[in-house]
Design a protein around this ligand. Sequence first.
Ligand code: ADP
Ligand code: MG
Length: 582
Amino acid sequence: MRKFKTESKKLLDLMINSIYTNREIFLRELISNASDAVDKLYFRSLTDDSVQINRADLAITIGFDEAARTVTVSDNGIGMSKDDLDKNLGTIAHSDSYEFKAAAKDVPGEQEGLDDQKAVDIIGQFGVGFYSAFMVGKKVRVVSRAYGSDEAWAWESDGIEGYTISEAERAEHGTDVVIYLKDDADEESYGEFATEYGLTDLVKRYSNYVRYPIQMEVTKSRMKPRPADAGDDYVPEFENYTEVETINSMVPIWKRKGAEVSQEEYNEFYKTDFHDFEDPARTITVHAEGTLNYDALLFVPSRAPFDLYTKEYKKGLALYSSNVLIMDKCEELVPDYFNFVRGVVDSADLTLNISRETLQHNGQLRAIARRLEKKVKADLAAMRDDDREAYEKFFEQFGRTLKFGVYTSYGMAKDTLADLLLFYSAKQKKMITLDEYLADAPADQESIFFAAGEGLEHLAKMPIVTTVLAKGYDVLLCTENVDEFCMMALGDYAKKDGDEERAFPLKNVGSEDLGLTTEEEKKEAAEATEENRELFDVMTEALGGRVEKVVVSTRLTDAPVVLTTEGAVSLQMAQMLKNAPG
Ligand code: ADP
Ligand code: MG
């Protein structure tokens, strides 16, 4: 028995004992190793004439035995010698990394105990490699034969103290990793990993775009040939048979040029990969070459996922490096206000061992994110201009996210978002952009007017709204909670006329002075207020402090009374702020 090196033992403890729920990544890791091994042999054949390889023969094979509860990942790659087995599987490749050391400090028995969150982080964010097999296996046996050697060796371990290496047989160069699955416990079922469905599902999810074929024997059903003597009442019979199939798709759809791929294929990919029943509303492809090479395929869903507006929702794009999935949802790749965008980014320039910590400071990743944000913006703007009906549907689903974006970024995202917003126009009785509002405004108009409150009908009947409309100005009717905050964060909106820009302040018609009354009108109202002083004092008193003051308004056309607030905050918002928690 050979003992594991200290750091390896710590990582193994972490693997075996952690509550990490994502155990299924073990298959991704083993397939990625198999793919590396095949790569190594292939590259050697390119530089070494004595190595004769037919690329078409290179493959990864997955086998399973449901009854014996084993899963086998085989490759015909470079293989490992006895020494390689000892060196490569006895120590862990990542043990010198900062994050690993930090997490390993918390292994049980060492100090205070295992920090589950840290374990999840290192297992989830790293390529944790070969040892992940021990998350699902009680025993792992590796049989390997190095290319050019005629001996095979078996490495075997229960992942606890150490491992053994003994002589073995293997017909050809390459490696088999056999996992003996753990026994099922109360809440854990490992058995499903040794089924055709379980394995196919994992390959499709995590390793679909590995560039060598991943083959597995699958069960199929076919109709038996009709017997020659079958009568009219013959019922067709079916039989099962098995066939070796390539279960990964190999060429990533995002690497193929847009012209070669039909919208149908994109739709299928989107629906399978992102578990949606509907086709995406938009498909955006990016192929960047230069200082930073990457491909991206982004989708705007047709419908908001049910949890989009909850805390549970996690934004992010899948991040691949050289066809291997690094991360399911890399948050850094999309800003909050485009959190509904789904998709994939693949860059060979990023390494597989990228951790969350390094991600945040990764300049390349930020450069990709900035470029993608511009792409999404441009695509939405194109939809707004070219397919208004679709855009309005989109806005119905995701408009709130954009408005929140303006608000939560304190207006920083204004340049990106403001011209994407739609509001209901009281005058035109439809959704319009701020540009459309200004295009329709009379020459003497100096502000953009909006009213905020519950219900379009209610807002449209508000005396102050009808008054402003009567003067020939449009009013945007804002019925969502976020609208007023969004408007305040925007502050103003610039009308662009060639090179010239003129900012129009956004004014809430519920606030007192809209600047619509002439000095003359103001004077008359003030005089009327003075004349009726006594009456108004009685009214103020009768309302028992529920109003500040009663005055003669210049803002009414045909309604007898209007309730209003002073300053920029509307009555509705004052109400909301009052009810807000904290
Ligand atoms: P990494 O893949 O990041 O190097 P792993 O823990 O996954 O780390 O694997 C450790 C090492 O074991 C690999 O670097 C490789 O040398 C060796 N190895 C693992 N699986 C195979 C395989 N199927 N064929 C050849 N070598 C392998
Ligand atoms: Mg690996």
